[in-house]
Design a binder for this molecule. Structure first.
Ligand code: PGA
Length: 255
């Protein structure tokens, strides 16, 4: 059976209110109702998740954009645990996004979060990616480190709940120098699978889905999935516009 492409929307700190969030999701649910070849996921700010998941009823999966490194409960002001997120209907969580790394998240902290999310049975979307590319290939060592440190002591059996998102920082957001090319994506996803195979053994490593994120839109999404052989996409800005996001979902469904 063909593996479904996983198309994840990353809403970041948007939109400004839960009502706006519900509006966008409503449109996405109705626009994607007939699509059976994809898995659509919306990752949204934590305060919106419960309402979104009640509206979605699993038609579109709902995910968080971060979770605490702490398992269980306790004196951790401001922290939101993976188990709490799971209890309000989230089934995915994005971890290690470059925007969180930029405010100080280390690979060691991300590793704790991954283990905590996995123990709460959330599916983890681990973001890796370099700031800049250099001709000597140093960026590959950085990605290797992000994978080895981030997945330290993660059990092989948990890999079925892991997706790696390759997000080169130079291709993300409004300040992007350019989107990556399908060739960039293919090169790095093969590299990621190779590293995972080295860490966990071939059969386990090879099965982890590797998706691409960074300035994905309706015009370039097909290329990333076909020529770039990405297992899915992580979509920022364009996932807040329901119509554009639905276009991307339809393209992925046809691949
Ligand atoms: P973008 O964001 O699609 O707006 O470039 C992607 C991301 O940061 O996940």
């Amino acid at each position: 059976m063909k593996t479904k492409k996983v198309i994840v929307g990353n809403w970041k700190m948007n939109p400004g209110s839960v009502l706006e969030a519900l509006e966008i999701l409503k449109e996405i649910i109705s626009g994607s109702a007939s699509l059976s070849g994809i898995k659509a996921v919306i990752c949204a700010p934590a305060p919106f998740l419960q309402r979104l998941s009640l509206m979605s009823k699993q038609r579109v999966a709902i995910g968080a954009e971060d979770c605490s490194f702490v398992e269980g409960i306790g004196p951790y002001t401001g922290e939101v645990s993976a188990r709490m997120l799971k209890s309000i209907g989230a089934s995915y969580v994005i971890l290690g996004h470059s925007e969180r790394r930029a405010i100080g998240e280390s690979d060691e902290l991300i590793n704790k979060k991954i283990k905590s999310a996995m123990s709460a049975s959330l599916k983890v979307i681990l973001c890796v990616g370099e700031k800049t590319r250099d001709e000597s290939g140093e960026y590959l060592n950085l990605i290797k480190y992000q994978l080895t440190a981030g997945l330290d002591k993660v059990k092989k059996d948990s890999l079925k709940n892991l997706i790696i998102a390759y997000e080169p920082i130079w291709a993300i957001g409004k300040g992007a120098s350019r989107p990556a090319t399908p060739a960039d994506v293919l090169e790095v996803s093969i590299f990621i699978k190779k590293i995972l195979a080295e860490i966990f053994g071939y059969e386990y490593g090879i099965r982890v889905l590797v998706i691409y994120g960074g300035s994905v839109d309706a015009n370039n999404s097909g290329e990333f999935l076909v020529a770039g052989k990405a297992d899915g996409l992580l979509v920022g800005r364009e996932s807040l516009n329901a119509r554009n996001f639905i276009k991307i979902l339809r393209i992925a469904d046809n691949v």
